[in-house]
Design a protein around this ligand. Structure first.
Ligand code: ATP
Length: 858
């Protein structure tokens, strides 16, 4: 039997019209091989495709192996095809992506603006290994703006251009019809008129099948369509500023939001958490369903520990599926070994379904019940029964390469293939001979020798002793390839090398015969295998929810509510809590539509940036279904979260820091809407004060035209004046205290990290900081004098008139009335009565209030 056909492969090599044209390298160029990231093509060194090393691919080229890996803590395994509409359809984007570790294709199509913010953000979230675009996007001297932007933003990602003809929507539809598993076939209805994502998927699959040197089995892929509306958008620089996944000081440590929440036990759970943090939900019902689960897990210890113990035994189900649904084009030893391993993993995974059901049997929340229900699928039992007819009951996943090698060797039951039984007896004899030979050598030289094994060296000898205990301080000459780590020696002998070779040879035979049996078995169970998609979804979601509950047990988080107000009582910064010995000082936050713009002032180091970040982190935690670090919290769903926060370790020059600031702020202004959460910290610090204030003022005025919730931290006290002009602005500040340092007879600042109403009364705190630094006293004195003069002038200009104050009061009254009317559960008649009573009471102010409230409503 040809193992390649065990899935009933209709798209085999022989039938592939292109097959003869392809010149693939060795199997080392396969993405299944763990070397895959190391063999990529040279990354694009500059934004200019005409000069640089991006590659243009045609099927005739196959896949060349010449390059370095893209560095990332999360090893990239996603390939994305991007295509843009032409002519009138410019700006309409089609995307298709596949994760090589998970057999899932995600399609999307959306309209983007001229900055292509959505495409760039989506790509950043995918953190792709490779991006594929049409060759027409980068015609020499006439590249499209999308191509230029992508190449500029993804300098370390590999680019491949493919002829436009491969972006073929008809082929895309055919691919989906052929490859999508039945459970997800409704995707066809969603995408059949979405030509750009269909075109992208056609190019993507054609390319992936050839670089992988394998085809996907029919009806084997989960294919989903994802518009851009279901999740909140967090652009990549905000994700970086907020340290969602990577710590800005040291990328290796886990002082990030991901680090705070990640108590997942499976790779799938951790991937799910990662993608949720980058794309929080916006649907309150779904978020609340998750929160119900977390609450139940927190209230029911037995459920929590029972579930955690089962989930932690799962392997990477998505990766397993990914390998199971691929049909290798060449039958190599590696392919055989990998299929046998995967069948053992599959058995191990299916054996966990019953324990998982038992752990969930008493749960009550709808989402947990739904996941429990999904485990009732009969196909799990059918597959397991079939596997058990061929595979030994005790064949299971074990840690350690020798253990796993033994499991693979003896996986198939005896008496199924008599030649296999003979080969295994031979293998056992060789292994016994090796052990016997090593104990003889130990006796011969009176040395404490042990048999060891590694996948690279096979069997070798290990000895832990001091060399001075040896005759002449040397090992006997019979031992070769000696290496020493601390007091442990490892070596081999010529005889042992020969025996290892015999061992390998018999193993190859065993693997070959086992592979044949495994392939036949897989062909029988293949029709049922798609239930694993459900299982991997269940496991990764349960793992993430358990992780949220686990994080709550370590700190006093609270369940968030969702209203139209952002109200956090005594909230704290979750990452700061993780890294500091003492619990951070907690603070309140209150932002409503009528008071949606906070200007935050305070001396250096008083806690402004920390406060801003804490709010965004709490918002994200709430929107992914986690509890949040506070005593009480209520959030308005944010459709986008924008931050402009200066990072301390900015190594760029002043001018480029300024340009970065401007780019970031322009991005916010282009994309913010009424449902955004915007955090801006120290805007304009990269230029002189007057210009800085000017820029801040203009930006604030623009943002004030939106109903977005904005927090604006600044050292420019002049900005606080906006509160007088705009009633929806509120000044807040971080309080500090002054204490006498008796030993030095000087005043020192004590940071309270407490936020209070109003603008900071601290003046010249920069000068105070300069005073305690090593700046010469004469310079500090001069600086003080000049500052006093300037401040006097500024304060004079800032004084508000009685009319301004009155307008402010009226506005506040008006907004409060509008809110009361909205929130009240009164029937229309009672409401009218209530308002007319109020009107009588505050006749004059009320008529103004009505005018202003009318304006607000508009
Ligand atoms: N709520 C808090 N509880 C405890 N420590 C805090 C708190 N907020 C801030 N800190 C500590 O104070 C340090 C300075 O805070 P932060 O950077 O937020 O100040 P800042 O006002 O933004 O300063 P600058 O204006 O110089 O940028 C932080 O690194 C943190 O260690």
């Amino acid at each position: 039997m040809n193992p390649s056909s065990y899935f009933g492969n209709k798209r085999s090599n022989a039938e592939n019209p292109f097959a003869s044209n392809f010149t693939f390298g060795t199997s080392s160029a396969s993405a299944q091989d763990s070397n895959y990231p190391q063999i990529l093509k040279t990354p694009l060194p500059t934004g200019n495709p005409q000069r640089s090393g991006y590659k243009s691919w045609t099927p005739q080229m196959g896949y060349s192996a010449t390059s370095s890996s893209a560095v990332s803590t999360h090893s990239p395994s996603v390939i994305v095809a991007v295509v843009e509409g032409r002519g009138l359809a410019r700006g309409e984007i089609g995307m298709a992506s596949i994760d090589l570790k998970s057999p899932q294709i995600i399609l999307s199509q959306f309209a983007d603006n001229t900055t292509y913010a959505k495409v760039i953000t989506k790509l950043k979230i995918l953190s792709p290994l490779e991006i594929i675009m049409s060759n027409t996007a980068c015609v020499v001297g006439n590249s499209t703006k999308l191509f230029t932007l992508i190449t500029e933003n993804f300098k370390n990602v590999n680019f491949t251009t493919i002829q436009r003809k491969y972006f073929n929507e008809t082929k895309g539809l055919e691919y989906i019809e052929q490859l999508c598993i039945t459970e997800f076939s409704t995707v066809l209805m969603e995408v059949q008129s979405k030509y750009y994502c269909l075109a992208a998927v056609a190019a993507l699959l054609k390319y992936v099948e050839f670089i992988q040197n394998s085809v996907y089995a029919p009806k084997s892929l989960k294919i989903c369509f994802q518009g851009s509306e279901q999740t909140a958008m967090i652009d990549s620089s905000s994700a970086q500023n907020l340290e969602l996944l990577i710590n800005n000081q040291d990328y290796r440590n886990n002082h990030t939001l991901f680090g705070v929440l990640n108590y997942t036990k499976t790779p799938g759970g951790s991937r799910r958490l990662r993608s949720n943090i980058l794309e929080p939900l916006v649907d309150i019902e779904t978020i609340n369903m998750r929160l119900d689960c977390v609450q139940e897990l927190l209230q029911d210890e037995e459920l929590f520990f029972g579930l955690q113990s089962v989930i932690s035994r799962f392997l990477d189900t998505e990766q397993l599926l990914s390998v199971l649904v691929q049909i290798p084009k060449q039958d190599t030893v590696n392919a055989a070994e990998s299929k046998i391993t995967n069948l053992i993993y599959l058995k191990h995974t299916l054996e966990l379904v019953d324990p998982l059901k038992i752990a969930l049997r008493n749960c009550s929340t709808p989402l947990l019940r739904a996941y429990c229900g999904s485990l009732e699928d009969k196909r799990f039992g059918i597959i397991l029964e079939k596997i058990k007819t061929i595979i030994n009951d005790d064949a299971r996943y074990m840690k350690g390469c020798l253990n796993m090698r033994t499991q693979k060797c003896y996986a198939v039951r005896s008496n199924i293939n008599e030649f296999l039984d003979i080969a295994r007896r031979t293998y056992t004899e060789i292994v016994d001979d090796i052990a016997g030979m090593i104990s003889q050598l130990a006796e011969k030289y009176s040395l404490p020798l042990r048999t060891s094994f590694s996948s690279a060296r096979g069997f070798f000898i290990q000895m832990t002793t001091d060399c001075t205990a040896l005759p002449n301080n040397q090992l006997p000459s019979e031992f070769i390839k000696i290496s020493k780590v601390k007091s442990s020696y490892t070596f081999t002998s010529a005889d042992l090398i020969k025996m290892n070779e015999r061992c390998q040879e018999s193993l190859r035979e065993i693997y070959h015969m086992t592979y044949m049996i495994v392939c036949k078995l897989l062909s029988e169970i293949y029709e049922h295998i798609h239930c694993l998609y459900k299982l991997s979804d269940t496991v990764s979601m349960l793992d993430m929810l358990l992780s949220f509950a686990h994080a709550c047990t370590l700190s006093d988080y609270v369940r968030p509510e969702f209203t139209d107000t952002l109200a956090i009582k005594q909230g704290w910064h979750p990452i700061l809590e993780k890294i500091s010995v003492e619990k951070p000082i907690a603070n309140n936050t209150y932002i409503t539509e009528g008071s949606n713009f906070l200007i935050i002032t305070g001396p250096n180091m008083s806690g402004k940036s920390t406060y801003l970040k804490q709010i965004a982190l709490c918002q994200i935690m709430a929107q992914i279904g986690s509890y949040v670090p506070a005593e009480y919290s209520s959030f308005r769903i944010a459709e986008q979260i924008f931050t402009r926060i200066s990072t301390d370790d900015d190594i760029e020059t002043n001018s480029s820091t300024f340009m970065k600031e401007m780019k970031e702020i322009a991005y916010i202004l282009h994309n913010a809407n009424n449902k955004s959460l915007i955090l801006i910290d120290e805007l304009g610090r990269g230029t002189n004060t007057e210009e800085g204030i000017g820029i801040c003022y203009a930006v604030c005025e623009y943002l004030l035209s939106l109903k977005a919730f904005t927090l604006f931290a600044t050292h420019f006290l002049e900005l606080c004046h906006i509160e007088v002009l705009y009633p929806n602005v509120e000044n807040m500040h971080f309080e500090v205290q002054h204490v006498k340092n008796t030993s030095r007879n000087k005043e020192a600042i004590l940071y309270t990290y407490k936020i209070c109403k109003g603008l900071t009364e601290e003046k010249n705190y920069g000068l105070k900081a300069a005073e305690v630094s090593s700046l010469p006293p004469s310079i500090v004195l001069d600086a003080k004098e000049i500052t006093t003069q300037i401040t006097r002038q500024v304060l004079q200009n800032q004084r508000s008139t009685p009319e301004m104050e009155r307008q402010r009061a009226v506005y506040h009254l008006a907004t409060r009335l509008v809110q009361t009317a909205r929130n009240s559960k009164l029937d229309p008649d009672s409401l009218r009565m209530y308002l007319s009573n109020l009107k009588k009471k505050y006749e004059t102010d009320f008529s103004r209030a009505e005018q202003v409230s009318g304006k607000t409503e508009e």
